[in-house]
Design a protein around this ligand. Structure first.
Ligand code: DOR
Length: 430
């Protein structure tokens, strides 16, 4: 009796990036698992990685997939495809869906739709409060029992400090992590953009940096009180970087992410009144951008997370004060990070894969070394490739990219999810 031989997938001619080494090697994958890393490997399917880095697939801590509820902007399938093209093998799906991800039924629906799409692992975040309304805690024990590891009301910050304290105590005892959208809502009512020179010139209401920093400061103190770990979403100001830097120096269990657009774009872009540049938190000043980059350089910032926020064209075409905040990010994150910051390959992997996998609680399957015995969730990316973003060529169902027509350096080429090639030469295979 002959046993059918298993397909051998080889990634050939690339530079493998691992925490301990960056070295030229081929990678052999059989049956979803990396089986060999070394020179001269061959297989039945060969992916050309010449000039590319080969690393664990990227993990996005902050993706809005819009399903259920706003499928005209994105579905779990179209968002998964955009993610895979960007080099992601896992995404954390934000809970501001309709209905919100505050019940086992909804998170299981999201996970199942992710499985059906089969392009990346979709890990739904749970809500901190029921309906993200900020009044009553969501049923964490049931949600944690259903595999949820990260909880947030993203889109809203949790305003009530007592509720936040209880949420942290509850999360600590369950071993899950809360992620805060830092925004004191009273200070940002009606805000359209960053409160600064540009918004004054335009005569529109501004979103002051202190609205982010106050909540961040409050929650750092609640972490000190409760000992619960906490992740801070899309930080955007110089003051926030300094607060996190000090909290880490004090040994507090906090982590922080920044979004690519806050590293590359500043508030002066709003001067043309184009809602494609409207985002929450808003684009800030050049000094803020420099501080975020310094936070990346010294390790204060743990992750780059997209805040991929698709919006249907008819909503983004409304006047600036009425258009919803948010911009696409999954397909451009690598290029924006390389173009704006150019981290070395290992730091890039820390920011895009290794740290986010740990923060998301999925480091058993993602952000792993590219080494024998490890699950084959892999990105093959070229940090030198220069390409021009076209909103018409994106896989997302929406087109609200702020980078349309812009030249970026750095592009994902192939993505392997659970041992299967899902993106080849920049194109999704399914
Ligand atoms: O700009 C944003 N858009 N920031 C958020 O926090 C939410 C997001 C969305 O859901 O559109």
């Amino acid at each position: 009796m002959t046993v059918a031989s298993k397909k051998r997938l080889v990634v050939k001619g690339g530079t493998v990036v691992n925490p301990g080494s960056v070295a030229a090697a081929d990678v052999l994958i059989v049956d979803g698992v990396v089986t060999e890393v070394g020179p001269g490997l061959d297989g039945d399917e060969v992916l050309d990685a010449a000039g590319c880095h080969v690393s664990s697939g990227f993990v996005d801590l902050h993706t809005h997939l819009r399903e259920p509820g706003r499928e005209e902007a994105e579905t779990i399938e179209t968002g998964s495809r955009a993610a895979a093209i960007g080099g992601y093998t896992a995404v954390v799906a934000m809970p501001n869906t309709d209905p919100a991800q505050d019940s086992v039924m909804v998170v299981e629906f999201v996970r199942e739709q992710g499985r059906r799409a089969g392009l990346v692992d979709v890990h739904p975040a749970g809500c901190i409060t029921v309906g993200r309304a900020g009044a009553a805690l969501a049923p964490y024990a049931a949600l944690a029992g259903a595999g949820v590891r990260l909880f947030t009301d993203d889109g809203n910050g949790v305003q009530d400090p007592l509720l936040m304290r209880r949420a942290l105590e509850y999360a600590r005892d369950l071993g899950v992590t809360l992620a805060q959208h830092c925004e004191v809502a009273r200070l940002t009512e009606g805000a359209v953009m960053h409160e600064g020179s540009c918004c004054s010139n335009m005569g529109v209401p501004g979103w002051p940096s202190v609205a982010e920093e106050l909540m961040l400061h409050r929650d750092i103190e609640l972490v000190r009180l409760t000992g619960a770990p906490m992740h801070f979403l899309h930080l955007s100001t110089a003051g926030s970087v300094e607060l996190v830097r000090r909290a880490k120096a004090d040994g507090l269990p906090v982590t922080a992410e920044v979004a690519p657009h806050h590293l590359a774009l500043d508030h002066d872009l709003l001067a043309g009144w184009d809602p494609v540049f409207k985002v929450n938190p808003p684009l800030r000043t050049r000094e803020d951008i420099a501080a975020l980059k310094a936070g990346i350089a010294d390790g204060t910032i743990d992750a780059v997370a997209t805040d991929h926020a698709p919006h249907a064209a008819h909503t983004k075409e409304l006047p600036l004060d009425q258009a919803p905040p948010g911009m696409l990010g999954l397909e451009t994150a690598l290029g924006v990070l390389v173009t704006a910051v150019n981290p070395d390959p290992r730091r890039l992997c820390e920011l895009m894969s290794w740290n986010p996998a740990r923060i998301a609680g999925i480091s058993d399957t993602h952000g792993r070394p590219v080494a024998p015995g490890e699950p084959a969730n892999i990105a093959v990316w070229n940090a030198a490739e220069v390409w021009t973003v076209s909103r018409d060529a994106l896989a997302s169902r929406s087109t609200n990219t702020p980078y349309h027509g812009m030249e970026l350096r750095g592009r994902n080429i192939h993505t392997i999810h659970n041992g299967r090639t899902v993106v080849k030469n920049g194109k999704a295979l399914a």
